[in-house]
Design a protein around this ligand. Structure first.
Ligand SMILES: Nc1ncnc2c1ncn2[C@@H]1O[C@H](COP(=O)(O)OP(=O)(O)OP(=O)(O)O)[C@@H](O)[C@H]1O
Ligand SMILES: [Mg+2]
Length: 489
């Protein structure tokens, strides 16, 4: 990308590429100091901080340093990102296994990983994870006549949690010992682990509690009281706070070609020291061709009430439109659904993908789907939709998902999207059954938060429809979930 192009589009709000990563020297040292312990005993580490503070970027830097840095340790890294629930049971862990299988099938680590039969062990563990969640994956829940969704039969899981846990533990043991034989470690990186619902959260806790030698498990969480429990269990903690003046100057220079004075850096440290706000400020300065003076920064910050607003105004108009129109979709965003939302034909998907490559607002996920470059931008767009636009976009989204549902991977995620968009479109007659049915499914799996969200939607829908029987069923289901929650607490 040449310089002119870059300043039209701006620096991306996606996690920072490792070669542009700035500052955080103390935190980097803290992470690297854990490696000898990871080799000897197995080691977990938690990176935490508020949205936009740089957690994903630090994790990405760690992946580069361990695996790709030319004179680095060349240790294999497997990674996954957890998206907001409701999601498929164990979806984050399944992505980790997928990444491992890709490593074992091709690339630099193929030889080591193949030698221990790791590909097979990962495949077996994946099947167990899938089977454990199978009744939640409603393969039978298909549209019957185009506008009616039929129910499915429930059955208890074929594979209990203990077997899943044991298979995962065995796999990690195998990986750890293979790595030790080759004088390395394997790093498992899980981004946004605070999103993991039960039973995923149980597998996370059990895993970090009992890591075998040769394994580093690093995960990020937003500052969240629930995760203090992990810290209490003795997991080392790397909390991220705002950037310091010197690091802000480095970021201005390295990523924006801006010379930041000590006075400006001091002002930024005090007012907008989190990296997301810094990227927004520097993009806005570059786009408007303003000098990075303290006075200009002050004016910019006064203009918008939040950094995402500043970021939004600094992107070109066509990206603003795309961002608004896509803001109601939950990641991962399937490319055909995005194109459909934007009024493009199926044949335009490749052209859309080409344009997205240059975007500062969207990022491509492994596997080919997309996400907003940063969730703060998506949230900003979502919150500013008018009520009418929100209803209309939800109706369009439900329609687009239904149109492509047979070609998209992860049927449960598709159904969850349809359930959410039908409800948002106020199509209560079609929303009620699907939300109720999915709510029951998540209840059976102990993901009570997702179950409650879906069931509340069914209650609201039944109220709008004035359907007393459905309302009573949905309220019953909510009581059941409340009892489950109380018992677990
Ligand atoms: N050390 C860094 N050097 C340069 N840029 C950074 C650094 N850390 C973060 N950034 C930039 O700041 C923005 C926010 O960073 P990032 O996405 O890593 O935050 P986060 O804490 O993971 O946010 P969230 O909690 O919402 O996931 C991104 O645009 C990223 O490129
Ligand atoms: Mg992040």
């Amino acid at each position: 990308m040449d310089a002119v192009q870059q300043w039209t589009e701006g620096v991306s709000y996606a996690p920072c590429p490792p070669d542009e990563f700035c500052g955080r020297h103390g935190e980097r040292e803290q992470l690297l100091a854990l490696l000898p312990r990871a080799a000897e005993h197995g080691q977990a580490v938690m990176i935490s901080g508020p949205p936009g503070i740089g957690k994903s970027s630090l994790l990405r830097w760690l992946a580069y340093d361990l695996q790709d840095r030319p004179d680095g340790p060349r240790s294999p890294v497997i990674r996954a990102e957890v998206f907001e629930p409701p999601r498929m049971i164990f979806s984050g862990f399944r992505k980790l296994l997928y990444d491992l299988q890709v490593h074992a099938a091709a690339g630099e680590f193929q030889e080591i990983l193949e030698s221990g039969g790791i590909r097979e062990a990962a495949g077996y563990t994946d099947i167990l994870l899938l089977k454990h969640g199978a009744p939640v994956e409603p393969v039978d829940l298909l549209p019957k006549t185009g506008d009616e969704i039929v129910g499915v039969f429930s059955r208890p899981p074929d594979v209990g949690y203990d077997r899943v846990r044991a298979a995962f533990r065995e796999l990690l043991r195998g990986l750890g010992s293979l790595m030790r034989d080759s004088g390395r470690i394997i790093a498992i990186l899980l981004d946004d682990a605070h999103h993991t619902p039960y039973p995923d959260s149980q597998l996370l806790l059990d895993t970090i509690q009992d890591l075998p030698p040769g394994v580093l498990f690093a995960f990020t969480v937003q500052d969240d009281p629930g995760y203090e429990a992990i810290h209490d269990r003795g997991v080392p903690h790397v909390p991220l706070r705002g950037m310091r003046g010197r690091d802000i100057q480095e970021m201005g220079q390295k990523r924006f070609d801006l010379a930041i004075s000590d006075a400006t850096a001091a002002l930024l440290e005090e007012t907008a020291g989190d990296p997301f706000s810094l990227v927004a400020c520097f993009n806005a300065l570059r786009r408007r061709n303003l000098a990075p003076s303290a006075a200009n920064i002050k004016d910019l910050l006064d203009e918008e009430e939040d950094p995402a607003g500043l970021a939004f105004t600094a992107i070109p108009g066509y990206w603003q439109t795309w961002a608004r129109d896509l803001s109601l979709l939950s990641p991962p965003l399937p490319a055909p659904v995005m194109a459909c939302m934007l009024g493009m034909s199926e044949t335009d998907v490749t052209a859309m993908a080409d344009r997205l490559q240059e975007s500062a607002v969207f990022r491509r996920l492994p596997g080919g789907a997309y996400a907003f470059a940063h969730s703060l931008l998506q949230e900003h767009c979502r919150q500013r939709l008018s009520e009418d636009t929100e209803v209309a976009l939800n109706a369009r989204a439900a329609d687009c998902f239904e149109r492509f549902m047979h070609h998209l991977p992860g049927r449960l995620n598709v159904l969850l999207s349809i359930a959410s968009h039908l409800f948002g479109a106020r199509d209560y007659a079609r929303a009620v059954d699907l939300n109720l049915e999915l709510g029951l499914r998540f209840y059976r799996f102990g993901d009570y938060d997702s179950a409650l969200l879906l069931t509340e939607r069914a209650i609201t829908s039944a109220e709008h429809l004035g359907d007393g029987d459905l309302l009573a069923t949905a309220v019953n289901q909510r009581d059941l979930i409340a009892r489950g929650m109380a018992d677990r607490a």
